[in-house]
Design a binder for this molecule. Structure first.
Ligand code: ADP
Ligand code: MG
Ligand code: ZN
Length: 483
């Protein structure tokens, strides 16, 4: 029997607000445990939540970017469950039912397919909710059998983006997550810092015989924190399910945890139904009403999105498909590229430099392009020096590294270090004569027809001039002198 897999993802993304969703506490990561707290996010009796308007704004940004419909009226509900990291005993969230609406419904995210096309993964909804705290179980931190709780994260704003079960493979799931991440960061909705847990994924996985239209029983893999791990977790769950069915077993609806270190899934619990959460409208929060003018205002603030930018780059600039991917992966890099071109550099050359040396430095130093000490204008100036014949491309690369280090202008570095290229025939003549005098054997062999020795002579010449000889000029002179 041939099986196909069906996957739907629930992605929690942390919004880039400075404060929490229902109180004024800082939402910043990394503070001392239990210092960003107040009666509201601790859930003390009598404390009243007040919705952070910025949370709604950011949620609307991603919803509109993904083509969702903003619901004119939505509610916050209490999702009741007990867990040590949830002092209130409930999480304020949104829900979709006959009675209640979340902030946004519908829409979709495009993912690339294997054949070079795209496929739209439909979204069910995007809703807002608060995060829970964090239990700390590390053995080196607490006495055995004990756990600690840090409630700083309680009330940090999240959106949950729920997809329809439209994904067919673990790889498609990976692409979906990458596209979504890019969209969240482009729109400024989330910083998307995976190391700080800004995106956490629940993956729902089922299989069915090819040709079957009904969905199979799904297993939910909870709380995966990287895209590759998510892909691997889905893949091993698909294999597990196929193995089960092929040996006459049956799939039980369940919630699993993925252990990335051992690449195994552990059963966490048999899944509770939403009824178990006893959702009911939070009586402390009025319904959220979003009028048309507000939607329109946010719509107008949405920047050019990755897909549109890729299409425009392909149209307007001379670069490879690979370079389009790299240069549009982040808005900041794309802007830097366009500023370099605006400063007079040909798009192909700017693309090569940014994809090569600029990205190398960003990766090595783990910095954003905004923190690079070489502005787009300085890069253009550097490339201009190559065009003028003042320096060779090789020298330019060392000047670039110097610019990264010092923030100085390329002209100043070339001047200070005396790196101007030697194109002067008189000056090169002397060096070449010396090389010919020093290497009589090689000269003899070259004259006897061993053309490969040209490389040897150029090497000698570059060594003697510390790489500053103009390569075209030098090789031309060498050929003349060697006959
Ligand atoms: P629950 O109530 O268990 O959270 P939902 O119906 O709300 O289930 O769906 C949650 C997620 O699971 C959605 O992303 C949805 O696309 C996905 N999903 C639902 N049924 C299946 C299935 N049979 N196989 C794979 N994914 C599914
Ligand atoms: Mg769920
Ligand atoms: Zn608080």
């Amino acid at each position: 029997m041939n099986y196909e897999s069906v996957i739907g993802l629930e992605v929690h993304a942390q919004l880039a607000t400075t404060t929490k969703i229902f109180c004024g506490c800082s939402a910043e990561f990394g503070a001392d445990p239990n210092t960003h707290v107040c009666p509201v996010c601790l859930g003390l009796p009598g404390a009243l939540p007040v919705l952070n308007q910025n949370v709604v704004e950011l949620a609307m940004h991603i919803a509109l970017a993904a083509g969702c419909t903003i619901q004119p009226r939505s509610r916050f509900l209490r999702k009741n469950y007990f867990y040590p990291d949830l002092p209130k005993g409930y999480q304020i969230s949104q829900f979709q039912s006959n009675e209640e609406m979340p902030l946004a419904t519908g829409g979709g995210v495009d993912v690339p397919t294997e054949d070079g096309g795209t496929k739209t993964i439909r979204l069910t909804r995007i809703h807002m909710e608060e995060d829970a705290g964090k239990s700390i179980h590390q053995e080196d931190f607490v006495a055995s059998g004990e756990s600690l709780v840090d409630v700083n994260r309680c009330g940090v704003p999240l959106i949950e983006i729920v997809s329809e079960p439209d994904l067919s493979t673990s790889e498609e799931a990976f692409h979906y997550l990458t596209s979504l991440h890019q969209l969240l960061v482009y729109t400024g909705v989330s910083e998307g810092d995976m190391e700080k847990g800004h995106m956490r994924i629940d993956a729902n996985v089922s299989i069915r015989p090819v040709g079957e239209t009904r969905l199979g029983t799904k297993v939910e893999i909870k709380n995966v924190n990287s895209f590759r791990n998510c892909q691997r977790a889905i893949e091993s769950e698909i294999q597990r399910q196929i193995g089960l069915l092929e040996t006459g077993g049956e799939i039980e609806q369940a919630t699993m945890l993925y252990d990335p270190d051992r690449n195994i899934l552990r059963a966490m619990r048999t899944k509770e139904e939403s009824d178990d959460y006893r959702y009911f409208p939070d009586p402390d929060l009025v319904p959220l009403v979003v009028d048309h003018a507000w939607v329109e205002r946010v719509q107008n603030q949405i920047p050019e999105l990755p897909e549109a930018k890729r299409a425009r780059f392909a149209e307007d600039y001379d670069m490879s498909a690979d370079q389009i991917e790299v240069l549009t992966a982040g808005r900041d890099v794309a802007d830097y590229f366009e500023a370099t071109v605006a400063a007079g550099v040909q798009s192909r050359i700017a693309a090569n430099w940014i994809q090569g040396d600029v990205m190398r430095v960003l990766n090595d130093r783990k910095i954003a392009i905004g923190d690079l000490r070489v502005s787009a204008e300085s890069l253009a100036e550097l490339i201009g020096l190559i065009d003028k014949g003042d320096i060779s491309t090789n020298i330019a690369r060392t000047v670039f590294d110097d610019m990264v280090e010092t923030g100085e202008s390329p002209a100043a570095i070339v001047e200070k270090k005396g790196l101007v290229q030697i194109s002067d025939a008189g000056e090169l003549d002397g060096v070449i004569d010396q090389i010919i005098a020093d290497n009589p054997d090689e000269v003899e062999r070259f004259k006897g027809g061993d053309q490969k020795l040209m490389g040897f002579f150029m090497g000698q010449l570059m060594r003697a001039t510390k790489g500053q000889a103009n390569p075209q000029k030098a090789s031309q002179l060498l050929r003349e002198k060697l006959g």
